[in-house]
Design a protein around this ligand. Structure first.
Ligand SMILES: [Cu+2]
Length: 95
C-alpha cells in the first residue's frame, strides 16, 4: 500500500471512530402503554427525549425491528433509543 493510501485509511478509521462516539445512542426511560405489532407501533409513556427536545409525554412510535415486539409488553419499564426515520419517530434500540 502506498503511503498516501495508508494515510487516507488511517484518517478514515479515525473518522469512523469519532463519528461512532458521537452517535453513541442516548437511552430514554419509558413505560409501554400499549403495543400494536400488526401496525408496527408501540405507545410509550416516555420521559424527556433530550436529543429531540421533547418533553415527557405519551405517544406512539414506530418500531424499527419487529423482533422488538418480543420484548415489548404493556406496563413494562424500558429504556429505548429513538431516531427519526423517513420523518417518523422510530424506536431503534431497547434495553
Ligand atoms: Cu413524545
Amino acid at each position: 500500500m502506498k503511503p498516501i493510501k495508508t494515510a487516507a485509511a488511517v484518517s478514515f478509521a479515525l473518522a469512523v471512530t469519532v463519528l461512532g462516539a458521537w452517535a453513541e445512542p442516548v437511552y430514554t426511560k419509558g413505560v409501554v402503554k400499549s403495543v400494536k405489532p400488526e401496525d408496527g407501533k408501540v405507545t410509550i409513556i416516555h420521559e424527556e427525549l433530550v436529543e429531540l427536545e421533547m418533553p415527557a409525554m405519551t405517544m406512539v412510535f414506530r418500531v424499527s425491528d419487529e423482533a422488538m415486539f418480543d420484548r415489548l409488553e404493556e406496563g413494562k419499564e424500558i429504556e429505548f433509543t429513538v431516531e427519526r426515520l423517513d420523518g417518523k419517530l422510530t424506536v431503534t434500540g431497547l434495553k
